[in-house]
Design a protein around this ligand. Sequence first.
Ligand code: ADP
Length: 544
Amino acid sequence: MGKRPEEDLQGALMKNKKMAALYTVMSSVQNTYELFDVLNQIFNEIIKLFEVDFVTIYLVPTDDYEHEYFHTVGKKNYPPSEKKSYTKCISNYNKLAVKQEKRIVIDDLQKSEDVPLTLRRSNFKSLVSIPIDYQNTILGALTLTSCCPGRFGEQELAVLQTVCNQMGVIITNFVLLNVISEKHQILLAIINSMHEGLILLDGKGKIIYGNSLFFQMFHLEKVDGQKELFVFDLKQEKNSEVEVVLPYKELKERFVKREVFEYGQISVTYHEKTKYYLIQGFPVNTSKTFIGYGYVVRDITREKEVDNLKNSLLSTVSHELRSPLTTIYGNAESLLRKDVVWTKEEQGEFIEAIVEESKRLRKLIDELMDMSKIEAGVFKLDIHTVDMEKVIARVVKRFRNKFSENSFIVKIPPKRPYVLIDEQRIEQVLNNLLENAVKYSPHKKNIQIKVDCLKKDNLLKVGVIDQGIGIASQDQRAIFKRFYRLENPHYIQIKGSGVGLFIAKGIIENHGGTLWVESKLGQGSEFYFTVPCQEVLKSEEERK
Ligand code: ADP
């Protein structure tokens, strides 16, 4: 018996639906990267094509995906609580289909006694739950509910089965993609959290990957991530203000030989700050193929500074200790000689020299102690309300007595606020600045001490101004570093340990002030510092 024309027509329509459904499934995957979005697209199409009202998917937890996954799309917008309770009820069919590993079809929900009340009272009439599997593993199930009874005939079920098969493939791919991207994210997070710069180059020297720290280290922030970049081109890319020599040529040689390579240290100077880096290269291989060449750049500035400090400390201490000790030892030995009779005057001279040199030794030891306290952040101040004029007068008096060749001109405003300072420590700063002014002014001997009130900032500004040898602008920051002494062949005989300004800066900064220099080589230097005034306290008291 031949088929009736309506049956032929229905068959053709069904075939069309099947094609459309498959097409939807396939195309939604191509354009989306989120499972959520893909499911939304597919479910909306299913609702249209199969004239159903509610589609719910349930995915079982796996090793990679620890939680149960539900996703529902309704034909109309159900209120959230209603949607939730339907999803819950319907998902039980999903779970049952997974458990029984077979399709469940209910043609009339109202007539079936084991259907929960929520569903029986709803508008839903028919339901189908189909397990979704991929390569004999059940991933979950898809349930469709319709407001028409008997919606799911043999033909619909056949199409839906094809859709579910296709979804099995999609879901597996998505889970894999998720796992891979999660692992990739973890790797990236590790690489980007490293305290080392890292780049990976391919066999031709093209940068395959570079972590952000690497680019920061060489001040290459402007490098466009999308751009094809060869390590040999970094030279052109780098900021023209940066001074750095990257081991480009050596790297190239190592590429060819594919061997571990330790370039050693390089330094990068930017805005007068120098950083030191250790570079170590290594070939990257899988068990069979050579992928490229990586290199790790470690910031060793701190170690280098500690190393430099140790060397400076050793050379200063040994030099600065040896010369007074030699004098003390020589004079004491002379005094003890039994074969020579010294006059009272000569004895006095020997003793005076011993005392002077002992003072110098003590000063050096005190300075080293201060330096380490400042360094460790444990420098303590004994703050009082003081008239700066008295401190200056005391220091200047001593200097006038000691250095009678110099003239010390003091300019202090008659009306000035009291300052909140540790008197002894500020005296120490003034001593250092005046000693330097004397030491580094071999010809023009006028030294000015000038005080100004910075009312707006509630600070008192003190200046020590000389007309001596001056300091070149490129050295003006460095002189405040520990053990930093300018090497001027003409003044090589001027003694000093190079820690005075470092300590002075530490003392002033601990007061909440600033110490700086303004100078021109050959024309003299002006050292200024600020300290807080008492004004704030006073006015607060007045207000009370
Ligand atoms: P020291 O004077 O013991 O060497 P300081 O820390 O006080 O150490 O000074 C550091 C360096 O700064 C000095 O060695 C000197 O080169 C330079 N300097 C300091 N004060 C002056 C100044 N008034 N004029 C010129 N150079 C100065």
